[in-house]
Design a protein around this ligand. Structure first.
Ligand code: XMP
Length: 513
């Protein structure tokens, strides 16, 4: 059985992944594809509905992104959001113009009046808040469309052609600030597209396992296992699909936390899988020697991982497939289409140009972190594994600012261990979705005993988040911070100062590099 699918056509908006998320929260599978996708590919994808995202451009300008006009003749319901709404107007005979003055531009929370007889606004409060961000507006509405929402500044906030099942909204229903945003998306899916709500982890697991079996056949698969949530869930999925054709490779790159290598090996030895632990510390540290630039570090680490996997694959014989637990945020943040690269996640943007495997298989590539955890539970993984805080593939390598050396790694490992040890004693982990120590490249003057010191500053970081795409810093109780700080400066030689990072994401990121 194949799930019903919704296609999200990306016109360069900031919130495309958020739209995908909202649709999935309504139990309907969705995928984001670039606006350049062909009509043939759309037909093959066979969506029950299409959503056009927003975008920073103006529909009437040269080189602005447009869909193939044949899309309007497919008979598939379309919801256009912001720029996507203006595309509908522009292509179907209306007119979009630049807002000449602040009086017709809208930004932020806006009181909006809805026609609640329109299918997508049923159950929405007639006067409620939406979140707007547009500099253009529809001066003329295309034929066949009626106006179904307005605001004080703008009479054309939403348009609908119920016959052709085409809808456009100037505001962003996917953003939490839009009070009835999720209800509007749900109406579009269930009342317009005929969704039945068949997207859940049980069906996802079943389909993913079938697809893996079909693809791999009788071949061998090597899986990059880090012991983190993503790769563990990925391993469970492959183990279920192809059993002993799977070999998991755990690379100890010398950038792991204290005791981590042994702990991961211990945990996975209990599974009925082929597991190889590769000690590659020298290889990684040599390749990283003298390197200070974060993106260079990430690329080097990404490449070294692949070289280790290739070597291990050759030892086994002919291994065609490499499996990775890449998840959707890794793909998004590594940059795609017109969006800017934030960081090259080691398993996506950090991959070298040449990879000596027939194919890399990434069955979690379209899942968000909380969906991966739900899948892990579905596959019967123990709670401690599913709930583990994430640890990035490049490990402590992106938590040491500047050059990575063995000495700095030792120092950071001890400080991080103390932080985790103290947190474990308090029971406050529930509000700390990811927490760790990082080594700043800053040294400063201190006084220890009667002597002067000139040592490193450790930064503690803890974030509270559900999807790691945005995050708030955790309000850790002062007495816990105090204990951690005094233990670190007393127990870790070379550190005389401890800082707590109180920036959210954005503008900062979770990791320091
Ligand atoms: P940032 O620092 O981008 O982190 O806000 C968001 C989440 O992603 C993790 N992260 C990575 N995970 N490979 C990974 O497997 C990477 O290269 C990588 N970079 C960041 C980070 O730990 C956080 O959970």
């Amino acid at each position: 059985m194949v799930n019903q699918k919704v296609l999200i056509l990306n016109f360069g908006g900031q919130y495309d992944e958020l739209i995908a998320r909202r649709v999935r929260e309504c139990s309907v599978y969705s995928e984001v594809k670039p606006h350049t996708v062909s009509i043939q590919a759309i037909k093959e994808f066979n969506p029950i509905g299409i959503i056009f995202t927003g975008g920073p451009q103006s529909v009437y300008k040269e080189n602005s992104p447009h869909p193939d006009e044949a899309i309007f003749r497919l008979g598939i319901p379309i919801l256009g959001i912001c720029y996507g709404c203006q595309l509908l107007a522009h292509h179907l005979g209306g007119k979009v113009v630049e807002a000449q003055s602040d009086s017709s531009r809208e930004y932020g929370k806006t009181l909006t009046y809805f026609d609640t007889t329109c299918s997508i606004f049923q159950g929405v409060k007639e006067r409620s808040i939406t979140w707007m961000s547009h500099g253009d507006y529809m001066a003329e509405v295309p034929q066949g469309f009626s106006l179904v929402a307005k605001s004080a500044k703008c009479p054309n906030v939403a348009i609908a052609d119920e016959k052709r099942k085409l809808y456009g909204v100037q505001f962003h229903p996917e953003v939490n600030h839009t009070e009835y945003g999720k209800a509007i998306i749900k109406n579009f899916l269930y009342k317009v597209c005929g969704a039945v709500g068949d997207w859940n982890m049980e069906s996802y697991a079943r389909i993913a396992i079938e697809n893996i079996r079909k693809k791999v056949g009788k071949d061998e698969v090597l899986l990059a296992l880090s012991g983190g949530v993503d790769s563990s869930v990925c391993a469970a999925l492959f183990a279920e699909a192809v059993g002993k054709q799977l070999t998991c490779v755990f690379v100890d790159h010398g950038l792991l936390r204290k005791n981590e290598g042994d702990e991961v090996e211990e945990a996975f030895k209990k599974w009925d899988i082929n597991l190889i632990r590769v000690n590659a510390e020298e290889k990684f540290l040599t390749a990283l020697k003298g390197v200070t630039e974060p993106e260079r570090k990430r690329k080097i680490i990404g490449e070294q991982f692949i070289r280790v996997f290739e070597e291990e694959g050759k030892k086994i014989g002919s291994v065609d497939y490499l499996a990775q637990g890449t998840i959707y945020p890794d793909v998004i943040e590594s940059g795609k289409g017109e969006a800017e690269t934030i960081k090259s996640h080691h398993n996506v943007g950090g991959l070298p140009d040449f990879v000596d495997f027939k194919e890399i298989i990434e069955p979690l590539k379209m899942l968000f972190k909380d969906e991966v955890r739900a899948l892990g539970r579905e596959l019967g993984l123990p709670e401690y594994l599913v709930e583990r805080q994430p640890f990035p593939g490049p490990g402590l390598g992106i938590r040491i600012i500047g050059e990575i050396t063995k000495e700095k790694l030792e120092l950071l490992r001890e400080a991080d261990y103390i932080f985790r040890d103290e947190v474990a004693k308090t029971g406050i982990e529930k509000s700390m979705n990811q927490y760790f120590a990082a080594l700043t490249n800053m040294r400063s003057v201190g006084v220890m005993g009667d002597g002067r010191s000139y040592d490193y500053a450790i930064a503690l970081r803890s974030v509270t988040t559900d999807d790691f795409m945005t995050a708030d810093w955790t309000r850790i109780p002062y007495d816990v911070l105090d204990k951690v700080s005094s233990r670190i400066v007393n127990e870790v030689k070379g550190v005389n100062r401890v800082l707590y990072d109180i920036t959210s994401k954005p503008p900062a990121t979770v990791e320091l590099e």
